[in-house]
Write a protein that binds this ligand. Structure first.
Ligand code: ZN
Length: 238
């Protein structure tokens, strides 16, 4: 086989590998984003639970303050009325006022108690989800690490392949390299095509018999497929 063709085949093999590695590399930002999204979602779910607990704690404190200030109001009423009650009617009115306030206090405290129970439940569920959260977070971080490692590995592979390519290129005519590389871009990564049974294996079009005979009888010349334009080679013997 023509030495140039042999070298071009080696180049084509390397370029195909580079292309498939590049395809893998292109998927990486998406993969990273997906994992990062999951981490974000996870921590926002967790933060929401934490916020609910804080809100509830505030709510309980507010109710306790409310009850305290109502109790103060009762003490004030008692202190102000001490020695100032002039009739049974006034006394009854005072008792009624105090008992109304006391009812309010009872209602508030009942609600505060309910909130405290809810708070305990939330706290223990948060504790559980904190463990799950940590586990999942670890898992996601590991995933990111793996993605990063494979990115480095693939980039390193490409560097190796490129230097292999450069070595081969030194042994090929620059003009042929130029043609090859242009075809690589124009022909979706495949610049060189085998002829099998007189058919170009890239575009599946049968060669003109005249051209086929010419190719077989001039193994040192480079020919192009008249239909797809790729460089042709054949393993067929004349
Ligand atoms: Zn073709």
């Amino acid at each position: 086989m023509n030495q140039d063709i042999e070298n071009l085949l080696k180049l084509q093999e390397i370029d195909s590998k580079i292309q498939s590695i590049n395809k893998e590399l292109k998927k990486i930002p998406d993969k990273v984003n997906k994992v990062k999204e999951s981490i974000k979602e996870l921590s926002s779910t967790f933060a929401l639970k934490e916020k609910r607990i804080k809100d509830l704690e505030l709510e309980i404190r507010k109710k306790e303050k409310e009850a305290d200030s109502l109790r103060e109001k009762i003490s004030d009423l008692r202190a102000k009325s001490y020695g100032n009650i002039k009739s049974n009617k006034e006394y009854q009115a005072l008792l009624k006022e105090i008992s109304d306030i006391q009812n309010k206090i009872d209602t508030i405290e009942e609600k505060a108690l309910e909130d405290m129970e809810k708070l305990e439940e939330l706290k223990s569920s948060l504790h559980e989800s904190k463990e799950v959260f940590k586990e999942k977070e670890e898992k996601f971080k590991k995933e990111l690490e793996n993605i990063e490692n494979s990115r480095k590995f693939l980039e390193n592979e490409i560097e190796k392949l490129k230097s292999q390519k450069n070595e081969i290129k030194e042994n090929v005519d620059k003009k042929i390299i130029e043609i090859y590389e242009n075809l690589l871009i124009k022909k979706r990564g495949i610049a060189i095509a085998e002829i099998k049974n007189e058919v170009c294996q890239a575009c599946r079009i049968r060669l003109r018999p005249q051209l086929y005979i010419e190719i077989l009888s001039n193994p040192d010349k480079i020919y192009f497929c008249e239909s797809c334009g790729r460089i042709l080679y054949t393993k067929d013997e004349e």
